[in-house]
Write a protein that binds this ligand. Sequence first.
Ligand SMILES: *Cc1c(COP(=O)(O)O)cnc(C)c1O
Length: 422
Amino acid sequence: MPRTDLVLADPRLAPAVEALGRDLVKSAVVAAQQRAREGLIAPTGVVDAVLAALPAGASSLQPVLNATGVVVHTNLGRAPLSAAAVAAVVDAAGCTDVEFDLATGKRARRGRGVLAALAAAVPDAGDVHVVNNNAAALLLCAMVLAPGREIVISRGELVEIGDGFRIPELLASTGARLREVGTTNRTHLRDYADAIGPDTGFVLRVHPSNFRVTGFTGAPGAAELAGLGVPLVVDIGSGLLAPHPLLPDEPDAASALRAGAAVVTASGDKLLGGPQAGLLLGDADVVHRLRRHPAARALRVDKLTLAALEATLAGPPTPVARALGADVADLRARASALARDLVARGVDAEAVPGGAAVGGGGAPGVELPSAAVGLPERYAAALRGGRPPVVGRVERGRCLLDLRTVDPADDDRLREAVLRCG
Ligand SMILES: *Cc1c(COP(=O)(O)O)cnc(C)c1O
């Protein structure tokens, strides 16, 4: 029977010891030795048995290389955090002064750092609050501003977010009633005005963030809606705090507030590039009521989210921002270099132009010019099954690895992953 310390020193177990810690691997070794003593496995098979028994990582969530060309991919966890945000999460993971003032030794306001950073990033907001996600932000608005009352919304903005979840049903679940106005393609200011009455809680504008209606369309601007005499809530979806030069049609928080919105809601993990969170920015008195509602406690974010969001707001540019801003000439050069290396190693690869997308998080219909490495289609499944798994997209019988969503620092890992599938 190989000794426990010798098995633990086997180089094949080194990655597991690094990722999972020595204690966990050691307990797997002891269990495998016991099975060998019972004659269930050969003593020479102990290391293999340990490898088979261990999880791939400390959690069942596997890190994935996103080569889909979809920058904010909901099924792949939306925005990847910046290195600074990851470091902030690690620092906050133990005991931290999240609700404690180290100077006075007394209780302090939870999340004060991130709230200050968000308020500084959007000076047009009277106050700000952060909840679990944008759906939670909308829920809180409905509970605070329209309990048992009506939310006026255009028929063109009755959005299904994904996985069968619909914003109108989310709002109605609070007991608020939806008062639909206008048509799918056109809604006029007078449609809203006619529907407003003593039962109105607020007017809601929802950004159609995952579809586009074109042709004979029309809707009043936020400034016109804000002039109707009832609070206007604007769900901008994507989380842009200010206008983005590359995405001129994507709404942003500062513009909506300047137009007169009482509250703007947004996601933290779409174009903002941070952790899952719901941002609430708006009039100080309304945000105060949102924060004091009993349900706010059920929707609050944990210290890891607060840490990641504050680090995201402080910069440096997020992976999402870098993917959006990547120069297509650089992407082409990377695709050519990768394809050349792969061809030299006998792989049927070529550099091809591609069209990347922002994703479910915003800018529907906007195609970002990109560059990809094209491979035979069978690579798609093989790459997904690798370590790390690589997710590309299949187009016209080829597996495309789109480089707009791959960090240039990961090009070597991408190449090695392809070669392992050969
Ligand atoms: C994504 C999205 C939501 C849902 O946001 P979550 O942060 O996923 O809860 C709501 N509204 C719009 C317009 C969106 O784009």
